[in-house]
Design a protein around this ligand. Sequence first.
Ligand SMILES: Cc1cc2nc3c(=O)[nH]c(=O)nc-3n(C[C@H](O)[C@H](O)[C@H](O)COP(=O)(O)OP(=O)(O)OC[C@H]3O[C@@H](n4cnc5c(N)ncnc54)[C@H](O)[C@@H]3O)c2cc1C
Length: 385
Amino acid sequence: MNFDAPQEHDLLRHSVARFFERELPEERIREYDRARAIPHEIWSHFAEQGWLGLAVGEEFGGSNADAMTGSVFCEELARRFPSLAMDWVLLSMTARLFQEHGTPAQQAEYLPRLVRGDFIMAFGMTEPSGGTDILGLTTRAELADGQWTVNGQKLFTTFAGQANAILVLCRTDPVEGGKRARGLSLILTPRQQSGVEVRGLDLMGMRAGGTSEVFFDGAAAPEDSLVGERGRGWYALLSSLDEERILSAAIYVGITAAALDIALQYAKDREAFGRPIGAFQAVQHPLADVATELAQIRLLTEKAAWLLSQGRDCANEAAMAKLAASETAIRCTDRCMRVLGGYGLVEASPLERLFRDARLGPFSPISNEMVRSFLGERMGLPRSY
Ligand SMILES: Cc1cc2nc3c(=O)[nH]c(=O)nc-3n(C[C@H](O)[C@H](O)[C@H](O)COP(=O)(O)OP(=O)(O)OC[C@H]3O[C@@H](n4cnc5c(N)ncnc54)[C@H](O)[C@@H]3O)c2cc1C
């Protein structure tokens, strides 16, 4: 076993830190959080750095980086700006889907544009009827005269407002043999058309991510916008689940790490009763607990990412990492906020934002209840859902 970080990971961490110092200082992040939007120019900067192509093959202009690199990058983004990390994960996952399931023509058309930041793709799976029982979705697409027509509604579609197109999971064919997973397809639906209406949602956390509801009313997509095999869209998604869970875990590792840094500094600087508050055991102990839990979730996330990078089964580790990291971030942002006293509630404190952003973790991209049910099943217990 080798616990030394490769030099490339250290370099990547430094590059991200320098980028934020230069382009995204805390006041600007706070501004974007209040405006509930990340301007497109940020993605152009990401493209210049080669960060939009981490998950994309070199033949399309990407760097074909492994899951360990993706997870380090995601952690560093989330330390500073979790909404940006969430959006980046979505961009990476849609690129991954094209990389693995797109036709050669689709790959040649979209992957280089995704890498250059010229094409933003949102992903619409969740519907108002629920994100957990996803196979019950009701959005439909029908093919006639060389064109798909999409009708239905999606909820919580991140990026929908600025996306060029939305990759929509919808029913194109009837349920087959009682299996609801069959008959679903992925259709890349252009956003700027009269059949697509996007309404922004005012969220409490991950506010700058641009999450919206989307209405499809006779939306048109060319016949060749089908991504992957018709009726097998659900199965195409399964191939990226582990990576999505690992990158999500990395977001909560980043949030926990940032919360600890802030609380630790505050404990050193703030004085009460003539001493820094960090001199009191009641302040030191929770910070020691946060540091310990941070080390645990980082190790678990790194292990899952390492297994995936080796092409090995990591379904349990990816699920555990997502579960542990998201629950830990909730607990630890709370503990750290207590150290800051009243200042923890002040909007100018990044901890206030991290506390809100951490709230997404327990239910997205998959709820922790479902993760536990999945792990229970993997341990040989009866399927509970
Ligand atoms: C900021 C944000 C960004 C998002 N971005 C996207 C996106 O880009 N694309 C997209 O498609 N979706 C997106 N989502 C949706 C997200 O993936 C869903 O919120 C998530 O899947 C949970 O679905 P839900 O909110 O409908 O909760 P529900 O499915 O209604 O679940 C509610 C509760 O019931 C529990 N529950 C349900 N069924 C069971 C069961 N069988 N056993 C035990 N417990 C159960 C759940 O665990 C949860 O606690 C986003 C959400 C947010 C908030």
